[in-house]
Design a protein around this ligand. Structure first.
Ligand code: NAD
Length: 265
């Protein structure tokens, strides 16, 4: 028995990184998954691999720019047509920009709001009625360590991630009576192309840069390492399955102890 047998789950930003691992793990636990992204080739390839591994039509890819309401409407129709009622959503897609607040162009600030924050809102708006119609289910939003504490030079990003925690709480309150639980994940540093662009083009990352990154996480993260995408996927699975049946409206920190405090020795 899989933890998600009989469920259909929509996952945004699923072409790579955490979303890809979530799609693979959810399918391995019995779910049918609709992978959504703007990286069409990669997303379609991951969906194809998942179905091949399962030996049945278990995953589909659809282009969905989370900031576009019309894309969400199309995704609802495609998900239902492909797999029937949808009972789960993981709002995972997101973008990050580094900049000092006073140097951040307004367009950059608004772009992050549009993708991270509006994207999460639109996902809830589009799929909560579907999940209710399916008899209830789960929504997992992807916030961040920076949604709960400060981090210099990611002001726009942190603002959107704090907003996602707020959205999560309100959605949980409004949707509980409809049988929908809504929680948020707050990862620290995770080894994906977002935090480690060297993964996209290893040739472009010097050994010194690699060592500097390992040294940084060794110093600031009590567990001494960056997180892995599969570790975040397992939290998403917990929050999407019956294992978390009495939990809603909460942000879950998953950061190797980073937010626990500082060590002065
Ligand atoms: P990633 O960059 O590898 O993956 C993000 C995915 O989102 C990509 O596939 C990208 O194409 C997709 N995406 C971007 N804009 C989109 C849009 N408008 N519509 C649809 N898809 C879009 O990074 P990741 O680490 O896997 O990020 C997943 C989530 O985790 C993000 O919300 C990110 O903010 C969050 N997060 C990441 C870290 C980290 O250190 N990597 C830490 C905390 C939170």
């Amino acid at each position: 028995m899989g933890k998600l047998d009989g469920r259909t789950v929509v996952i945004t930003g699923a072409a790579r990184g955490q979303g890809e691992q979530e799609a693979r793990l959810f399918a391995a636990e019995g779910a049918r998954v609709l992978l959504c992204d703007v990286l069409d080739e990669q997303g379609a390839a991951v969906a194809k691999e998942i179905s091949e591994e399962a030996g049945e039509d278990r995953a589909r890819y659809v282009r969905l720019d989370v900031s576009r309401e019309e894309d969400w409407a199309a995704a609802v129709a495609i998900a239902k047509e492909a797999f029937g009622p949808v009972s789960g959503l993981v709002n995972n897609a997101g973008i990050l920009r580094f900049n000092a607040l006073v140097s951040t162009p307004l367009e950059e600030f608004e772009q992050l709001i549009r993708v991270n924050q509006v994207g999460t809102f639109l996902g809830i708006k589009a799929f909560a009625p579907e999940i209710e119609a399916a008899g209830g289910g789960t929504i997992v939003n992807t916030s961040s360590y920076t949604g709960l504490t400060g981090m210099a030079y990611v002001g726009a990003y942190a603002a959107t991630k704090a907003a996602i925690v707020g959205l999560t709480r309100v959605a949980a309150l409004e949707l509980a009576a409809k049988g929908i639980r809504v929680n948020a994940m707050c990862p620290g540093a995770v080894d994906t192309p977002m935090a480690n662009p060297g993964l996209l083009d290893p040739a472009n990352m010097s050994d010194e840069a690699r060592e500097a990154m390992a040294e940084l996480y060794g110093r600031v993260v009590p567990m001494g390492r960056v997180g892995r995408a599969d570790e975040i996927a397992r939290l998403a699975l917990f929050l999407s399955s019956e294992d978390s049946s009495y939990i809603t409206g909460q942000p879950f920190v998953i950061d190797g102890g980073w937010m626990a405090g500082v060590s002065i020795m």
